[in-house]
Each structure stands twice: as structure tokens, then as C-alpha cells.
Design a protein around this ligand. Structure first.
Ligand code: ATP
Length: 267
């Protein structure tokens, strides 16, 4: 059989518990995606069925991709990641064909979460030469989304963008990406939670995570993950020298924080 190598599904192991904070977003996703799948009769009584689409937006590195994977993990669904930039770099015709293959594969692997990154790539202010190509791909995407609505059920489409205002307005109409959900940068308590999650299971000394959370204003989840990685590096170096497992210290963490600039400020 002629399998498209680009179009792969996986089964993520992440769940909502691995995602720090974002309680409002999780609640919205539970109501719209997860409960309808788990209690189809109840939701059917109100004319609702499982499936549909959602648009996540917010600064980079705050968990949009991670959350989409966790949705799949929560409902034991397949997961497909569509990178629009990669699809757009193909020849006209081939792009549309590939996009169709993604949706076809999703329909054959229900329940399935399709995550479409960089949706704004299909928007305004692009080079004139590209516009025809963009339009064709937008049309194909609309066709696929509308097709899902008609065939209904158990395919979930999560779009993501850092800049929703650049999105093609046709994508925002009812039944498409009309549910817009903000994925905010983590506040102090959420930063503490994320640090805890990223340090879990590792050898750690006495570290005041609340203090570090306070001192990492404007850090994204991705920034915090990097902080932990840098701190781990330091502890590993010491361990290599001493020949035993050295815990991650307060100093390792502080140094790692000082060596980073928060990325959500630039957004
Ligand atoms: P982009 O807009 O750049 O695609 P994104 O919002 O999709 O960014 P992710 O790729 O989900 O960001 O986040 C990058 C990494 O940061 C994740 O793999 C995860 O480990 C970590 N991370 C971000 N936010 C959280 C969070 N709320 N809880 C736990 N980990 C997080």
C-alpha cells in the first residue's frame, strides 16, 4: 500500500496531570471534547456529540502543543501533528493532497486528535506569489473541517497560533475554529507547579520552589523546562566528578534562571 510517510499517528502518554496550571483551558476542553466522548448519551440528549474544533492562542512555549497531546492522552486517542509551514513548502497540489491524507488517516483512526500548528501561516500579509497557493490550502482545510462536521464524531481538531489576528477570517466561521481559547503564560503558582512537575523523580536538595517561581516572572513553561535542564546539567557535572549522585541544588536553579531571559515578554 502507498503509505504517506509524512502522515503519522502516535499515542501520547501525557495527560492533563502533566500540564501545569491552565485550569480554565482544561475545563473548557473537558466540557467540549472529553465528557461528550465519555458520556455520549447525556450529551446527545442536548444535541451535542463528541468531536469538533478549538483554536488555542497565546505566547510561544506556554503549552499549546503539550496540551493538545495531553487531550489525546486523556481520551486514549491517536494524535497527529500537522505543521502547516512544512505542508506549505510543498508544490501546489501536493500540499492539498497531503492535508487530505492527514484527515483521511484521522477518520480511519478514531478517536483522533489532529493538532494544526502555525495556523497563522495561512493568513494575510504574505508574498503575492504565495497567495494563490495559500488560498488553495485554506480551501482544502475548510473542505476537510466541513467534511468532519458532516461525518461527525470522534475526530478533534485543535488549531494553534501565536497571532490569531492574522488568521484567515474564513477559518473563524461557525463549525470551524470559532472557539478561541487563550493559553496564558503561567502565573506564580502555576510556575511553581510546572517546576515541581519538571523536577519530579530527579534527585533534588533543599530548594524553595515558591521563591524561584516568584523570581521567574514572564517565564514560559518552555523556559522553566529549560531552567530545569540547565540545573540538571550542573548537578550531572558534579556527579561525574564525585562519582556519586549529586542532588540538584538551589544554586544550580538560581544560576539556570539568571542565565535565561523570559520569552513571553516579547509576545
Ligand atoms: P509554540 O507556540 O512555540 O508552538 P507551545 O505553546 O505549543 O509553543 P509547547 O510546545 O506546548 O508550547 O511547550 C514547550 C514545552 O514546554 C513542552 O514540551 C512542555 O514540556 C513545556 N511546557 C509548556 N507549558 C507547560 C505547562 N503548562 N505545564 C508543563 N509543561 C509545559
Amino acid at each position: 500500500e502507498n503509505e504517506n510517510k509524512l502522515v503519522e499517528t502516535e499515542k501520547p502518554q501525557e495527560t492533563f496531570e502533566d500540564v501545569g496550571g491552565l485550569d480554565e483551558v482544561k475545563k473548557k476542553i473537558r466540557m467540549n471534547f472529553i465528557f461528550p466522548l465519555k458520556q455520549p448519551e447525556l450529551f446527545a440528549a442536548y444535541g451535542k456529540e463528541a468531536g469538533g474544533s478549538l483554536l488555542l492562542y497565546g505566547p510561544p512555549g506556554c503549552g499549546k502543543t503539550f496540551l493538545a497531546r495531553a487531550v489525546a492522552g486523556e481520551i486514549d486517542a491517536h494524535f497527529m501533528h500537522i505543521e502547516l509551514q512544512a505542508i506549505l513548502s510543498m508544490y501546489v497540489g501536493q500540499s492539498e493532497h497531503n492535508l487530505h491524507d492527514f484527515f483521511e488517516k484521522a477518520r480511519n483512526n478514531k478517536p483522533c486528535v489532529i493538532f494544526i500548528d502555525e495556523l497563522d501561516a495561512l493568513g494575510g500579509n504574505r508574498h503575492q506569489m504565495r497567495q494563490h497557493h495559500d488560498r488553495m490550502l485554506v480551501n482544502q482545510l475548510l473542505l476537510e473541517l466541513d467534511g468532519l462536521q458532516a461525518s461527525n464524531g470522534n475526530v478533534f481538531v485543535i488549531g494553534a497560533t501565536n497571532t490569531p489576528w492574522y488568521l484567515d477570517p474564513a477559518l473563524r466561521r461557525p463549525g470551524r475554529f470559532n472557539h478561541l481559547v487563550f493559553v496564558p503564560p503561567p502565573e506564580e503558582p502555576e510556575r511553581e507547579t510546572i517546576l515541581k512537575l519538571k523536577l519530579a523523580g530527579k534527585p533534588v536538595g533543599q530548594i524553595d520552589l515558591a521563591k524561584i517561581a516568584r523570581e521567574t516572572k514572564h517565564f514560559s513553561g518552555a523556559d522553566l523546562q529549560q531552567v530545569v535542564k540547565d540545573a540538571v546539567e550542573c548537578a550531572l557535572e558534579r556527579s561525574m566528578e564525585s562519582g556519586s549522585i549529586e542532588p540538584i541544588t538551589r544554586d544550580d536553579m538560581s544560576r539556570a534562571c539568571n542565565g535565561r531571559k523570559p520569552t513571553t515578554l516579547e509576545w
